[in-house]
Design a binder for this molecule. Structure first.
Ligand code: FNR
Length: 183
């Protein structure tokens, strides 16, 4: 069974992307085991001096969780037209490990925003970074959850709009097939 890890790019308690990430668990197709990966909020800001003193336990624990999945779904907001700093920081830490927990794994991206563009601009930036990590990116179909306040319930972690729910479920089925084709 393919294990798809879900990484949420926001640390916020009432995050829209957190709601979408929770909803993704219930929308995964048969044959997939969704794994909610831990928050990267405890990782220090990357500094090679810290690494030189020994990889922090928080980084090792995070990397172990990421290493245990076969593929990753990134569910993230866009910050200033790009990748949220915390998410980039987590990837920077993972990139210092060998074996690299992301290398060679399929990846898909959902961007989430209350705005009309749906965080469209984070895709290019995040794909760029993930590509550098050796991830195999499913570029299409793209998922931008625009106007997310009207489509997600942050208390329940559910998708409230039928069309959006169906589209996200179909995207996950496509991603599962994409992953299967690469195993
Ligand atoms: C934002 N927001 C935002 N939205 C967007 O569509 N494009 C952007 O470039 C930005 N930039 C940005 C920078 C910073 C530092 C913050 C805090 C916010 C708004 C953002 O989409 C909104 O706050 C979301 O609700 C954040 O995502 P979560 O935490 O709800 O998942």
């Amino acid at each position: 069974m393919t294990k798809i890890g879900i990484i949420c790019g926001s640390l916020r308690k009432n995050a829209l992307s957190g709601a979408a990430a929770r909803a993704a668990v219930g929308l995964m197709p048969d044959g997939v085991q969704p794994v909610t990966l831990p928050s990267f909020g405890d990782l220090p800001i990357y500094n090679q001096d810290i690494q030189d003193q020994g990889m922090p336990d928080t980084v090792n624990a995070y990397a172990e969780a990421v290493a245990a999945v076969d593929a990753v779904l990134f569910v993230t907001p866009e910050y200033n037209w790009s990748v949220p700093g915390g998410l980039k920081n987590a990837i920077d830490w993972l990139s210092r490990l060998s074996p690299h927990p992301l290398d060679g794994k399929p990846a898909a991206i959902w961007s989430v925003s209350p705005g009309l563009l749906g965080g469209a601009r984070v895709h290019e930036g995040l794909r760029h970074v993930l590509h550098s990590q050796g991830m195999i990116i499913m570029a299409k179909p793209e998922v931008q959850i625009a106007g997310a306040k009207g489509k997600l319930d942050v208390d329940l972690g559910t998708v409230t709009q039928d069309d959006t729910r169906a589209f996200l479920a179909s995207h996950l089925s496509t991603f599962a097939q994409f992953c299967a084709g690469r195993s």
